[in-house]
Design a protein around this ligand. Structure first.
Ligand code: MSP
Length: 500
């Protein structure tokens, strides 16, 4: 069984969860579910990023402690993920004691390695970005409503410059470290420009994790946040678990590439920890051509879409419609069209009509598929392509491939028209093949549509859920036993109108 430790970024508690966050988390969840079907030992982690000046300020403004504030806002993410059927194995909050222990251990390791040093620093600091900025960035930041203040501090610096060559060497030796290639090149370009040491502690802020050797300083939020991936793997507390779980595969948006693809590997090198297996970087989900943000008031809450499309309809859309990698524009109309075409008219319709015809022509007992059916070759082709796509973090491609089976099964039914024929071998053959296609789709589309696939699985008379099977065996043509009851039920994906 191979280990598969997958992480999402940890989300800022100050933001309300929106479909951009959900896009990352649903993608990672689907990939994690695929790997569970393969029998891998999956640990899927998500969580919240709770320290820093922004949280401290908002808490003060609301008259509560930062922790009280974070407790309430972190819960919104926990609830949102539960409502989207996210099966994370752990939820990390950076305010947890286990995280303090891990950050302290990581800091100490970098300090002991001689890579952290005290220096004086005066600079312009963007509060919203939690980062020092250069003078020429100020006008643009302020125009976007982001406050820039002058901070003078005695700071500890992480000697990032020392890792320029080791990082370049690592990228060279590990071409798959960052994907897609365009993001790898972006990271490389940044490293080649020359790396500056960065300030990794603050005295002006109290809401954070104190440095183990100098408690007057708290850890810079990004240093703190990145360490979450180690914390949850047991870095500070459980050597055996850590050995088994680490290294991770990180799923991130392109906005935090520099932190994950430059700072983070350097920090790990300094501490003598193995680097992540890879970093998978996706583009932005745009609304009306713009990135969602509080200031542009264009954030969409997942629950508003779940009300119209259901949990699976929501998950399917972002997995199928948004290619992993480039930016993509979200539109409600596009979502309705995709949902009606793929789910209501294709998958849902196949299940409904097969159940109806089996009831009418086969006394409600599903016939077995034809072992040497034409579908057998297609099933093999689809599995090979879909498996590769999931492996490559390309759910849209995996689902597109899987839907070939559904389309062909619907076409075969339309050609034979078993509803017009007398019961007999021809009717049994096309229905048996359709039921086998449904069984295969229930397994292959399970990562995207866990509820619908489990329901369809039961309706075609199979025991348990698709998770009781294992890939690749479960994808082989001919697994549907036949002779089991097929039940009709309410439409899995009721059609949605464009003006809903
Ligand atoms: N807290 C940091 C991450 C620390 S990880 C050690 C942070 N949080 S965030 O909440 O602002 O955003 C995190 C991630 O949310 C992004 O990297 C991205 O994966 C996702 N998205 C937020 N808005 C998004 C879009 N509009 N589109 C796609 N993904 C987006 O940065």
């Amino acid at each position: 069984m191979s280990n598969f430790y997958l992480t999402t970024p940890i989300y800022y508690v100050n933001d309300a969860p929106h479909i951009g966050h959900a896009y990352t988390t649903v993608t990672a969840d689907a990939v994690a579910r695929w790997h569970r079907l393969l029998g891998d030992d999956v640990t899927f982690l998500t969580g919240t990023d709770e320290h820093g000046l922004k949280v401290q300020r908002v808490a003060e403004a609301n008259g509560v402690t930062p922790l009280e504030w974070a407790d309430g806002t972190a819960q919104r993410f926990v609830d949102t993920w539960a409502s989207l059927n996210i099966a994370n194995d752990d939820f990390i909050r950076t305010t947890e004691p286990r995280h303090y222990r891990a950050v302290s251990k990581l800091l100490q390791a970098c300090y002991d390695a001689g890579d952290i040093e005290l220096r004086k620093y005066k600079g312009l600091y963007s509060v919203a970005d939690e980062a020092y900025v250069s003078a020429d960035e100020v006008a643009d930041l302020e125009a976007r409503g982001r406050q820039v203040i002058e901070l003078e501090e005695e700071n500890y610096f992480f000697k990032l410059s020392k890792f320029e060559q080791p990082l370049l060497d690592y990228y060279e030796a590990n071409p798959e470290f960052v994907t897609p290639a365009i993001r790898r090149n972006e990271a490389l370009g940044f490293i080649r420009q020359g790396l500056q040491d960065f300030s990794m502690s603050r005295t002006s802020i109290s809401w954070g994790i104190p440095l183990p050797w100098d408690a007057a300083h708290v850890t810079y939020v990004w240093f703190d946040a990145l360490a979450n991936y180690l914390t949850a793997a047991g870095y500070a507390d459980d050597a055996e678990k850590f050995e088994k779980t680490w290294p991770a595969i990180h799923v991130i948006g392109k906005d935090i590439l520099r932190f994950h693809c430059v700072y983070w590997p350097a920090m790990l090198m300094s501490a003598g920890i193995e680097l992540p297996k890879s970093v998978k970087v996706h583009g932005f989900l745009l609304v009306g051509g713009e990135k969602m943000s509080k200031t542009s008031l264009n954030q969409i809450a997942p629950k508003d879409l779940v009300e119209d499309f259901g949990v699976d309809g929501f998950r399917y859309h972002f997995l199928r419609n948004q290619n992993f990698g480039p930016d993509g524009d979200f539109s409600y109309e596009g979502m309705v069209d995709r949902y009606n075409a793929d789910l209501a008219n294709n998958f849902g319709n196949l299940l409904n009509r097969v159940a109806a015809v089996v009831a009418k022509k086969c006394g409600g007992i599903g016939p077995a598929p034809v072992q040497d059916s034409d579908f057998a070759a297609l099933a093999e082709e689809v599995y090979t392509a879909a498996a590769q796509a999931w492996e490559d973090f390309a759910p849209a491609v995996a689902l597109e491939q899987t839907w070939r089976l559904i389309r062909d099964a619907n076409a075969a039914l339309e050609k034979v028209e078993p509803w017009k024929k007398d019961p007999g071998p021809e009717v049994d053959a096309v229905l048996g093949d359709s039921l086998e296609v449904l069984r295969l789709v229930c397994v292959l589309a399970y990562p995207a549509l866990p509820e619908a696939c489990s329901e369809a699985w039961t309706r075609i008379g199979l025991p348990g859920t698709p998770t009781d099977t294992q890939l690749p065996e479960a994808a082989r043509w001919g697994g549907y036993p036949g002779g089991v009851p097929v039940t009709k039920g309410a439409s899995l994906f009721p059609r949605v109108k464009r003006d809903a």
